[in-house]
Design a protein around this ligand. Structure first.
Ligand code: FAD
Length: 490
């Protein structure tokens, strides 16, 4: 390790690092904090680079905005355990802005009696999952890093650098030039090292500075420049669907504390509880429908959500067609009310979420949905984590949680490497990470992809089969508890 320290502090024009992380999203900040809290890794000289400003995240801890922000995720108990026990950032989470929930009620738009209810009682745990803003997670990680710096004999400024508002423009392998790289596979290159850091990636920044690193971690999202540098193939497809997210207010606080998910043929619509009467929605929809949802008047939108959780798709299609012509057509509110009035009020109270009464201003946004999985997560001196490695349909709320599992598996691999006195950038060390993280992620990606496909059709034989399947499944508590353990990451 002395050897690493010596290299990392050599004075050259290029700043030498043990670890450079590109990306200050939840995955990048998690891996940085996990390295700096690990007794075996904390001495590593680390730099994190983020293209955007982290100021809103820094300010969140002392001065959070009044309303919820719109990037809200469902965290599994496993992710929380990792943040609580391994990293220790959970104590810096703003607890007033998180919400545990106890169950999920999922039902089919083609037959509302085809439903499956997951209840916490089945698995004897405190909660199924916890709703939390992404900014709350990021802010707690930054706060944890701050306290590490302030501790007596804590982390030195020199060993922990965060460069925000700084873009990575280019990553180069000093061994080879770009032309060579076009025709060769980086994984096949066997570096005959004249200098120990000859094959360390060089990271060129938009401010003219450059870094060279023993290990480069790509936490740089779906379009990952690190993945491209490492020539790692990523396979998958666009769903031709958008996820429309928004924060809303329900008629009153729903003490049932459950998440609701209705599988519409255009994609699932989920309402997930937040504190008091707040909730958040993820409405997966076709490009055309998502455009209507984005344009529709803010006062009509809540009624549209209520309608979409209850009415038949034929009714909904009519409502969408009216709003496509005029997104401010308030006459549709009467129409929705009339259609809802045909339902028995007791049935509505018991079997559906509470009516939505308000859209929190400026919280509506849409994201393209895609499935992608990198062939591997590592190359010599490179590891990928989070969305750089995989993106998943949000219907099971697993994307960010998978990034947390990646971070946990990568830290374990690096710790093992250090224990054995190995170079943390070598593929021998990094392979352990892939073999632990890749198969589980692949299985989850496959399950969510199949669920999306099975539910996004109104082809009658499939509707019949899935309805029968859901009803049958709902009767078997044993199978449901296995599924719930999976949902909650246990
Ligand atoms: C609609 C929707 C709902 C979702 N719901 C859930 C949920 O309930 N539960 C769940 O677990 N997940 C959910 N997810 C997924 C989750 O939001 C993502 O998986 C997660 O935020 C990805 O984090 P990340 O840090 O890997 O990537 P990102 O958040 O994409 O971060 C990558 C960072 O890298 C930076 N970067 C990229 N290139 C450069 C460069 N050249 N130089 C410098 N910086 C760079 C970017 O600025 C960015 O900040 C949802 C996603 C969607 C779309």
């Amino acid at each position: 390790m002395n050897f690493i320290r010596r290299l990392a502090t050599t004075a050259t024009n290029t700043s030498l690092q043990d670890v450079v992380i590109i990306g200050g999203g939840p995955a990048g900040l998690t891996i940085l904090s996990a390295i700096k809290t690990s007794p075996k890794l904390k001495h590593l000289k680390c730099t994190l680079i983020e293209g955007q400003s982290l100021d809103p995240i820094r300010n969140f801890y002392n001065d959070p905005p009044e309303n919820y922000t719109n990037k809200i995720v469902s965290l599994t108990p496993k992710s929380i355990e990792f943040m609580n026990n391994k990293i220790g950032n959970w104590e810096f989470i703003n607890q007033e802005r998180i919400k545990n929930y106890d169950g999920i009620i999922a039902y089919d738009s083609q037959d509302s009696s085809s439903r499956i209810e997951f209840d916490i009682g089945l698995i004897d745990k405190d909660s199924l999952a916890t709703m939390c803003e992404v900014i709350n997670i990021q802010s707690s990680l930054l706060q944890k890093l701050e306290t590490l710096k302030q501790e007596e004999e804590g982390i030195s400024e020199d060993d922990l650098t965060i460069l925000d508002n700084t873009k990575v423009e280019k990553i180069e392998n000093p061994l080879i030039n770009e032309k060579f790289l076009e025709n060769h596979d980086l994984n096949q290159i066997d570096p005959t090292l004249e200098k120990p850091n000859l094959d360390w990636p060089i990271i060129k920044l938009n401010n003219g500075n450059q870094l060279q690193t023993r290990l480069l971690i790509g936490a740089d999202g779906y379009n990952s420049p690190v993945r491209k540098y490492a020539q790692i193939e990523s396979r998958g497809w666009q769903y031709n669907r958008f996820g429309v997210v928004a924060c809303i207010k329900l008629q009153y606080e729903d003490f049932r504390s459950v998440g609701w998910q209705r599988f519409l043929t255009t994609g699932p619509l989920a309402i997930l509880p937040l504190t008091e009467d707040n909730a958040t929605i993820v409405w997966s929809s076709t490009p055309e429908l998502s455009e209507i949802l984005m344009k529709v008047n803010d006062e009509i939108f809540p009624h549209l959500v209520t309608a979409a959780m209850v009415l038949e798709e034929v009714d909904l299609n009519y409502i969408y067609s009216v709003l496509a012509k005029n997104p401010n057509d308030f006459s549709i509110l009467q129409d929705i009310e009339w259609r809802l009035s045909k339902f028995n009020s007791r049935d509505l109270d018991e079997n559906y979420p509470l009516p939505v009464v308000e859209l929190i201003p400026n919280t509506k946004a849409r994201f393209p949905l895609k499935m992608s999985h990198a062939d591997t997560y590592v190359a010599p001196r490179v590891a990928l984590v989070g969305d750089a490695a995989h993106t998943i349909h949000p219907l099971a709320g697993q994307g960010l949680n998978m990034g947390q599992s990646d971070a946990s598996a990568l830290i374990n691999a690096l710790e093992k490497g250090i224990d054995r006195g190995m170079d943390i950038g070598s593929t021998l060390v990094l392979e352990d990470y892939v073999s632990n993280a890749w198969p589980a992620n692949h299985a989850l990606l496959g399950i969510c992809d199949k669920l999306h496909k099975v539910f996004s059709t109104d082809f009658y034989p499939i509707v019949l089969a899935r309805g029968t399947g859901m009803k049958a499944l709902n009767m078997f508590d044993g199978v449901k508890s296995i599924m719930m353990n999976m949902i909650s990451g246990r």
